[in-house]
Design a binder for this molecule. Structure first.
Ligand SMILES: Cc1cc2nc3c(=O)[nH]c(=O)nc-3n(C[C@H](O)[C@H](O)[C@H](O)COP(=O)(O)OP(=O)(O)OC[C@H]3O[C@@H](n4cnc5c(N)ncnc54)[C@H](O)[C@@H]3O)c2cc1C
Length: 71
């Protein structure tokens, strides 16, 4: 499904993984983010931690964009 959406993949520590920004987990397709088992951050701990880290960044980005379009 990710490939159909244009997301590139690469060989990661545990096989094929999507290409994503290591800070924001945004893929090469703007607006598509990845988290969990098919990234390089595997296991339950990371599947819980990573969203907690990236959601505030996504919110900030969307808020800034909304403010920009409204101004
Ligand atoms: C046998 C086994 C043992 C493991 N043991 C451990 C362990 O001891 N400790 C540990 O930390 N980790 C362990 N793991 C890994 C851990 O389970 C995963 O890293 C963790 O569940 C990843 O969470 P996730 O939310 O990324 O993915 P998942 O838990 O796989 O959740 C993904 C969800 O997306 C749903 N889904 C898939 N495709 C679609 C779609 N197209 N549309 C809508 N929904 C979709 C799936 O049905 C699933 O419910 C184990 C994994 C397995 C398989």
């Amino acid at each position: 499904m990710l490939k159909d959406l244009g997301v590139k993949t690469e060989t990661g520590r545990n096989g094929e993984v999507p290409v994503y920004n290591k800070e924001t987990f945004e893929t090469n397709v703007a607006g598509i983010y990845v988290a969990g088992h098919f990234t390089n951050h595997r296991h339950i701990k990371a599947a819980i931690e990573v969203p907690g880290r990236i959601i505030p960044k996504i919110k900030e980005k969307l808020t800034t964009r909304t403010q920009r379009t409204q101004s």
